[in-house]
Design a binder for this molecule. Structure first.
Ligand SMILES: [Cu+2]
Length: 528
């Protein structure tokens, strides 16, 4: 009886030790690049981002106009897989661009639907009077307020909800711009765009999938998770890019709703010909401007000319905010202009064979198939961008992405604004279709893919959907028709994880030793 009991006890101990060893080994070998993702039911909600081209082309010529704004609380997308309960004017972030002429009399209707959970209102920085209209427009759910004002001053003005807690209403998306054109109107330009920057404060960190609720604490601490243009990560990149042609005169109505951060508006690759600081349209503009400060609660009208084809990137030059979504792009098409810029030698191609670079020395590519590729090229992932972002390769080319950033990325086929289901992607470094998890190409790691099917492929990074790239695969006499449709050449080289393995193993050993001592003691006391 006693022997039987001891025997059971030992069996239990052995099982327990095996379990602990298994856990230790597993924790050491599991790649740290495995992160959970929203792979089950992707959070879906309508896109509430207002298109930057959704603006009236000219103010109404009428001496008196009627404007209706509906204050709607709407579920929408804050980023891919991230939903948020926006508070809006007319269901979008930003609200509509209100375009007036100076001297115009405006009858303003604020309509708050019955299903709203709170009172809403409007304060426009272009309206004179208490609260900028806020004192005249506090509107309970199911009610309507109407007031009349005269647009006394020309300018580009921010408007926002002015119901307590006012900053909370702004932080949830209730803002837009009111343009009051001067006598004679604005000069005609080829393209106009409407962009408003705003912060979002969520309980979960940037990119955490699913529904996110507002964090009052983070808003009070002024530590946003998202800093976005037009209410959504990636709203103005990828399919949302603003398209212009070489030679176009471009005007941007830019607002900064805050509620906390100032914006250092900058166009990478462009120089702003004219900047109307603080939205002051009667003042002479600043000429030839690199970066303009747009304080929270203000606006700027900027004009530039698209001079060369390519991508111009609009950012807040407090650049780490790019990692929070603060990126927009202009795609400029048309003839190149070598008088302005021309490449003499481009060093971004594959490293020469003789050059011992440490870029790729720490990664190892293991072929899982029999295909032998004659062509290969490299795309570097750096500063949250694919470089070069747009390549054309002959069929049969193996493209290797080398991640030189300090964080992980993916190379995922599709458009981040309308992502494909994992199993429909032509290529995807994340392996999500197979594992249900998003594995990242970690810092220093690389991922390769051989392209054999002709076509143009857009791709992006799942965790930073403003990172976009494009590959065009052209026919090639050298391409071999017997090649498989694709060969996945992958190795997540565990660069720098040796320390992690040692640490994890050490922790496992300490826990194991501790538990064995406890078990031995308890058995000892039992034997006594
Ligand atoms: Cu409100």
């Amino acid at each position: 009886m006693w022997t039987q009991k001891l025997f059971d006890r030992r069996k239990l101990e052995v099982a327990f030790i095996v379990l602990l060893l298994t856990i230790s080994v597993l924790s050491a070998i599991l790649p740290r690049s495995l992160v959970s993702a929203d792979t089950g039911q992707p959070a879906y909600a309508p896109n509430r981002s207002l298109s930057p081209t959704d603006i009236p082309s000219a103010p109404s010529p009428a001496a008196r106009v009627v404007i209706s704004l509906i204050t709607e609380e709407k579920l929408g997308q804050l980023a891919n897989g991230v939903t948020y309960d926006f508070w809006t004017f007319n269901g979008t972030v930003p609200g509509p661009l209100i375009r007036l002429r100076v001297g115009q009399v405006v009858e303003m209707h604020i309509i708050n639907p019955p299903n709203s959970t709170m009172t809403h209102s409007i304060d426009s920085h272009g309206i004179l009077g208490q609260g900028g209209g806020g004192a005249y427009s506090q509107t309970a759910p199911g009610n309507e307020s109407i007031f009349q004002f005269t647009a006394m001053n020309p300018g580009l003005f921010l408007y926002h909800c002015a119901t307590p807690d006012i900053p909370t209403h702004i932080a949830n998306g209730m803002y837009g711009l009111m343009l009051v054109e001067p006598q004679g109107g604005l000069p005609k330009v080829d393209d106009e765009f409407y962009i408003v920057q705003g912060e979002f404060y969520t309980m979960g960190p940037y990119g955490q999938p699913g529904f996110q609720v507002f964090s009052y604490q983070k808003a009070q601490a002024e530590t946003p998770d998202y800093v976005v243009f037009n209410g959504r990560v990636g709203a103005l990149t990828g399919n949302g890019t603003m398209r212009v042609e070489v030679g176009d005169s471009v005007r941007v109505f830019f607002g900064n709703a805050g509620p906390n951060l100032d914006s250092s508006l900058h166009i990478i690759g462009g120089i702003m010909d004219r900047v109307y600081e603080d939205g002051s349209l009667d003042s002479p503009p600043l000429l030839e401007v690199q970066t303009v400060l747009v304080p929270a609660g203000s606006a700027a009208m900027v004009e530039f000319t698209a001079q060369t084809p390519g991508v111009l990137t609009l950012v807040d030059h407090s650049l780490f905010r790019m990692h929070q979504g603060t990126v927009a792009t202009f795609t400029v098409t048309g003839p190149s202009n070598p008088a302005i810029i021309v490449s003499i030698k481009n060093g971004t191609g594959p490293a020469p064979l003789t050059g011992a670079t440490n870029v790729t020395s720490e990664t190892q590519t293991v072929s899982s198939g029999t295909q032998s590729s004659t062509n290969s090229t490299e795309v570097v992932i750096e500063n949250f961008a694919y470089n070069p972002a747009d390549i054309t390769v002959p069929a049969g080319t193996t493209v290797t992405w080398v991640n030189e950033d300090a964080v992980g990325h993916t190379v995922t086929e599709g458009d981040p604004n309308s992502p494909k289901a994992a199993n429909l992607r032509a290529f995807d470094s994340s392996g999500e279709a197979l594992t249900g998890e998003v594995a990242l190409i970690g810092p220093g790691q690389s991922w390769s893919y051989t392209f054999t099917t002709l076509g143009t492929y857009e791709y992006y990074c799942i965790v930073h959907p403003y990172m976009i790239g494009q590959i065009t695969v052209t026919s090639s006499s050298a391409s071999n028709s017997s090649q498989p449709a694709y060969v996945n050449l992958t190795n997540f080289a565990a660069l720098g994880s040796e320390g992690g393995i040692v640490a994890l193993s050490a922790i496992g050993a300490v826990i194991l030793a501790g538990l064995m001592i406890i078990l031995a003691r308890s058995r000892g006391s039992e034997n006594n």
